[in-house]
Design a protein around this ligand. Structure first.
Ligand code: APR
Length: 252
């Protein structure tokens, strides 16, 4: 990481009252969060995740879909938040830092961040497929490729609280993400390729409202041109470096 972009980032952050951070899959990469490819081993190798993560699959075979999500939750339970997640949680104790994530994992929460907006839902917040009541998720590795999902009091089935292919984003979460994008002085994008809308539209909303946009990503993305400052580094390296440098700049 060259010192120039980081000092530009510190300059912008020093005077910011409100910071909004949008995270994507790259945020959790250094935690070793299992990708679809990692999950599709053993008895799962014969299934295609693109067809499992759909309302149609749930309709046809809820036990198969539930077991696959149990497998994903169990694999996630075996990894830890990384230094980037920790840095964001630490920073929010002394500054108005608001998180929006496209990730369905719980690593921000496990690092100590509260009030995280999950625009694509969460593996751990389940709900009834009929009445919508919220239910806790079970974390146990399934023995086979079918496990009947729990039943809700209303007789419906408990489904994973993630946004499946072809589904709408949760309305309240997206409204809150939009409000956080409109209201910030600095908007930081971490580890997102910026190709999946409407989440990829959030930095444009922030920019339109006058925010400075910072990107943290080792690679160029579709959003890079719309950013004011780019840190070509990883989440677990750049975020602690930036938060530490900001804290020292306040001390001087
Ligand atoms: N630190 C920061 N960024 C990283 C790191 C890292 N260690 N490793 C990879 N990246 C970057 C990649 O360069 C890429 O730009 O993270 C980005 C990951 O992009 P995607 O895999 O497309 O993830 P994301 O942008 O979160 O995808 C959005 O698409 O798959 C759907 O619903 C799913 O929420 C997801 C959405």
């Amino acid at each position: 990481m060259s010192s120039e972009p980081i000092s530009a980032a510190i300059d912008a952050l020093r005077t910011a009252n409100t910071i909004t951070v949008l995270t994507g899959a790259g945020m959790s990469a250094e935690s070793g969060v299992p990708t679809f490819r990692d999950v599709q081993t053993g008895l799962w190798a014969k299934y295609n995740p693109m067809t499992l993560a759909t309302p149609e699959a749930w309709e046809d075979d809820p036990a198969l879909v539930w077991a696959w999500y149990q497998r994903r939750r169990a694999m996630l339970a075996a990894v830890e938040p990384n230094a980037g997640h920790q840095a964001l949680a630490t920073w929010a104790r002394t500054a108005d830092v608001r998180l929006v994530t496209q990730n369905v994992d719980d690593l921000h929460e496990r690092a100590g961040s509260s009030d995280v907006v999950h625009v694509h839902g969460s593996l751990f917040a389940c709900r009834c497929d009929t009445c919508g009541r919220e239910h806790d998720a079970e974390v146990s590795d399934p023995e086979g490729d079918r496990v009947l999902p729990p039943e809700c009091e209303c007789g419906g089935l408990v489904r994973p609280g993630v946004v499946w292919f072809g589904e709408m984003l949760p309305q309240n979460a997206f409204a809150e993400a939009t409000a956080r994008s409109e209201a910030c002085d600095v908007f930081i994008l971490v580890g997102t390729s910026g190709v999946v809308y409407p989440a990829a539209g959030l930095p444009h909303i922030a920019r339109g409202a006058g925010a400075t946009i910072i990107e943290i990503n080792p690679d160029e993305t579709d959003l890079s041109d719309a950013c004011d400052i780019t840190l070509r580094s990883t989440a677990a390296v750049a975020l602690p470096a930036m938060v530490d440098a900001l804290a020292s700049s306040h001390d001087t």
